[in-house]
Ligand binder design. Structure first.
Ligand SMILES: Nc1nc2c(c(=O)[nH]1)N[C@H]1C(S)=C(S)[C@@H](COP(=O)(O)O)O[C@H]1N2
Ligand SMILES: [Mo]
Length: 330
């Protein structure tokens, strides 16, 4: 996708422009065919496609959540179609093209699964995923997701605030940061072992960011458990930051005194900062961040949307960054 220039990838060509154009053309074509130009089979395919935007997809085990009472926890924007949310992904462990995770992630084994809580906590513990699932009541959170590449979606997640878990494990006074380490299993993840990124994929947050009620530990989406390509069985979702801060398929959460390095900072520190808050005023060195394409409404003639400061979550999160220079701390 974005930064692989240094390692000899022309990512803009390979992972972004060509596949997205192809993908959009296919969707546009299906829409046109749905308007009666083609036969009944195609029309019904398109109708099912439209219906999928609201109905439970019925593909995986149900996992429902109560409507969230967290401020900013449910955008009124229309959720993206399930086919888009599950078919257009970044999950580099399974390949760098947007369609690769949906194609390849069936090999991921999500049981047995544990998440180790380590570092600066009074109660370190290895949680079994099924215990973690029951740790707090599930909520539905409808969040905008803004990728650093310039596309966005709206996804109804199911999970609970990461703060619920953090409170249980009792960070010590030295804990200032939280590091998320995700699975790196070369047997089931075909791109682990490639030089594309430094594995395991690791991300980090400041402790107060991790404690913010909007920071979600997600186990499901669209009323069902997470599809593998979306980070099953458990992932983070940090809606005011670029998508790559939201690590998928987490196996370890470590509390630290020092700011952890992250996979993206290691790969290109001048392009991907530790904070990576969505900010239309701070351009990526190679492209503007002022606008975005909403996947699903991004036909060839569709207008881009303006990107909002903190992805629209400023009223909830701006105070975390009071007094900070966000051009320096990008
Ligand atoms: N382990 C892991 N987590 C990851 C990534 C990845 O490559 N590996 N990609 C990130 C990026 S760039 C984005 S935009 C989001 C995409 O999440 P989605 O597939 O649910 O849309 O996942 C993030 N989490
Ligand atoms: Mo992303």
């Amino acid at each position: 996708m974005h930064f692989l220039r240094d390692k000899g990838f022309d990512h803009a060509h390979r992972c972004e422009i060509t596949p997205r154009a192809t993908y959009e053309r296919r969707r546009e074509l299906l829409k046109l065919l749905g308007c009666g130009v083609a036969g009944a089979a195609m029309a019904s395919w398109a109708a099912r496609d439209a219906h999928a935007q609201t109905a439970r997809p019925g593909k995986l085990a149900a996992l429902s959540g109560a409507r969230s009472a967290v401020s900013g926890g449910a955008t009124m924007e229309k959720p993206s179609a399930y086919v888009d949310a599950t078919g257009y992904n970044n999950f580099y462990e399974f390949g760098t093209d947007k369609g690769d995770p949906a194609q390849n992630a069936h090999t991921l084994k999500t049981r047995p699964w544990t998440v180790a809580i380590e570092g600066e906590v009074k109660k370190p513990k290895v949680y079994d995923i099924d215990e973690l699932l029951k740790l707090a009541p599930m909520e539905e959170r409808i969040y905008r997701l803004r990728c650093v590449e310039g596309w966005s979606m709206v996804i109804p997640w199911v999970g609970y605030s990461l703060a619920e878990l953090i409170r249980k494990v009792e960070p010590t006074g030295s804990a200032k940061y939280v590091e998320f380490v995700t699975l790196a299993d070369p047997k089931t993840m075909p791109f682990v072992g490639s030089g594309v990124l430094d594995w395991p994929y690791a991300e980090g947050l400041r402790l107060d960011e991790a404690m913010h009620p909007l920071t979600l530990l997600a186990f499901g989406m669209y009323g069902e458990v997470l599809p593998n390509q979306n980070g099953a069985p458990v992932r983070a979702v940090v809606p005011w930051k670029y998508g790559f801060k939201s690590g998928k398929s987490i196996v370890k959460i470590r509390f630290t005194a020092k700011q952890p390095t992250t996979s993206w900072v290691k790969s290109a520190a001048q392009e991907y900062g530790f904070y990576s808050n969505v900010n239309p005023e701070v351009d990526h060195p190679r492209w503007s961040q002022a606008t975005e394409r909403r996947i699903g409404e991004d036909g060839i003639f569709a207008k881009k949307r303006p990107t909002l400061m903190f992805n629209g979550y400023g009223p909830q999160v701006a105070s975390l960054y009071a007094g900070m220079d966000l051009k320096k701390n990008f």
